[in-house]
Design a protein around this ligand. Structure first.
Ligand code: ADQ
Length: 467
């Protein structure tokens, strides 16, 4: 059996349950193969760029965790500048928020080169390498340039936009060649996969070899959609735990006279938070009876506060919540409870279960795991209703949710009203179907089906001729 090597920007210790489903699932396959997990340590050092920083190794059971620090300058260019200031907005269709400062791309390439060089020293001949997400798109090309012949796969956790949006990135062809240096490229949804195949056909005359295989840039690769899931069993046992039950009881007591709506997100402009609050305001305006029956709890965890677009969204959200509470609040009721913080993972299922409606309304999202966690946390006898943006990758699978266009304030408000009023039998039917879907395509299925295909890929035959 080949050893699995996972590479991601940040790594998590798979033994810690707070790590969440993805770390648990990757931890499991890494455990089974005595694998290696390589990435940034999360630490910054003051050394000048180009300093040869060491790799720190640590054992987590059979798994080796190998991490590197970043210099402050590399962090600013690779992580803040290019990954989160260029790739994140453009891949979420937000050209208006991208900062194409030419310096960032050099830092991005430099860190990918350093990672490749350090990783090469750790690789064994029949390793299988699985690279995660947009921070590391050029990694395979850099590894190939150093002579790496192992099978290398890539999974993009965020969306891939249509070719004409992607092509607005200066250096988009370099990025796409980087993506095509992998043996298997995985996307969250059919829509993302279609955007990829359109790009390689339109811009690079790719030849379709059938069954997801393509000949492009003088090499053969495979591409597919592998919608990521959650660990449903792990989440169900979390739901049955003391902390979650405690949260559930407290919420039920506190909101005994009202139905709860819940939103749980990172504070990110892709999550459609202002649009969601405007839809809730519209609900209160159009259906005055909802003022006596509904409360929205919005939890937004702090995220990337060194990127300016994130402070803008924070202020917009605070002022919207203030104006809704100011206009509709009463002495004994606030329509919106907004918290700018993280909820402990062990308590989340209790909050989800106590809520009649979940509002998962991103403007764009690769998948959105909150939607799936909400389903897994429900009481099947009295389940809540999921209001889901059609622009989340999850919408391709979760057809029995109430799908909305988050830009359509009135339409979303209407869907929230329908969700609040939905009869028990319909809630049960929808929930049953949704639960079956997330059980079938859980995170283990995601890992296994991806790695099965990557394992079948042919080892690299030709290097990377275009580098
Ligand atoms: P994210 O953009 O981070 O992930 P998401 O899929 O919703 O978004 O995952 C967030 C995780 O963090 C969930 O497990 C959720 O419970 C937790 N979380 C979010 N806000 C929280 C809060 N306030 N308190 C506590 N926990 C919170 C990226 C992509 C997604 C894709 C995932 C996985 O942007 O589209 O689904 O990767 O591939």
């Amino acid at each position: 059996m080949s050893r699995l090597v996972v590479v991601s920007n940040r790594i998590a210790d798979p033994r810690k349950t707070a790590a969440g489903g993805l770390a648990v699932a990757l931890g499991e396959v890494l455990n089974n193969s005595g694998g290696l997990w390589f990435g940034w340590s999360g630490k910054l050092v003051d050394e000048p760029v180009g300093t040869d920083l060491p790799v720190h190794k640590q054992q987590a059971g059979p798994v080796t965790l190998a991490t590197m620090d970043l210099t402050r300058e590399d962090y600013e260019a690779y992580y803040v500048g290019y990954s989160n200031g260029v790739l994140w907005p453009v891949l979420h269709y937000r050209l208006d928020l991208a900062d194409f400062d030419a310096g960032y791309i050099e830092g991005y390439r430099r860190v990918n080169q350093t990672f490749a060089r350090k990783l090469m020293e750790l690789l064994r001949p029949d390793d299988i390498v699985w690279v995660q997400d947009y921070h590391l798109i050029p990694l395979a090309a850099e590894l190939r340039a150093l002579g790496c012949q192992q099978r290398i796969g890539f999974f993009l956790h965020i969306p891939l936009p249509p070719p004409l949006i992607f092509a607005a990135i200066p250096g988009h062809d370099w990025l796409m060649k980087g993506l095509c240096s992998y043996d298997l490229v995985g996307f969250q949804s059919r829509a993302d996969l279609d955007n990829f195949t359109r790009y390689i056909q339109d811009e690079a005359h790719a030849q379709d070899l059938g069954e997801g295989r393509w000949r492009v840039f003088n090499r053969t690769l495979q591409a597919g959609a592998f919608p990521i899931g959650i660990d449903v069993k792990e989440f169900e046992s979390l739901a049955a735990g003391a902390e979650s039950m405690d949260m559930f009881e407290r919420m039920r007591r506190e909101y005994s006279r009202r139905k709860l709506l819940v939103g749980v997100d990172r504070l990110d402009y892709s999550k459609g938070l202002p649009q969601r609050l405007r839809a809730f305001r519209e609900l209160l305006a159009k259906y005055p009876e909802s003022r006596k029956s509904a409360t929205l709890i919005q939890i937004a965890s702090p995220s990337r506060e060194d990127v300016s677009a994130y402070t803008d969204i924070l202020h917009e959200l605070e002022s919207l919540c203030g104006s809704i509470n100011g206009n509709y609040g009463e002495l004994d009721w606030m329509p919106v409870r907004y918290m700018h913080r993280t909820v402990a993972r062990a308590r989340l299922p209790g909050l989800y279960r106590a809520s009649r409606v979940a509002l998962v309304t991103p403007l764009r999202d690769g998948m959105n795991l909150v939607a799936k966690e909400y389903i897994a946390a429900q009481d099947p006898d009295d389940p809540g209703v999921l209001v889901l943006s059609r622009f989340a990758g999850a919408a391709e699978q979760l057809k029995e949710a109430l799908l909305v266009n988050p830009y359509d304030t009135a339409g979303t408000a209407e869907a929230i009203h329908v969700a609040l009023e939905m009869p028990l039998e319909e809630r049960q039917q929808r929930h049953q179907a949704l639960l079956a879907t997330i059980r079938k395509a859980d995170v283990h299925w995601w890992c296994d089906s991806y790695l099965h295909l990557l394992g079948q890929a042919e080892a690299e035959e030709s290097g990377t001729p275009w580098l």
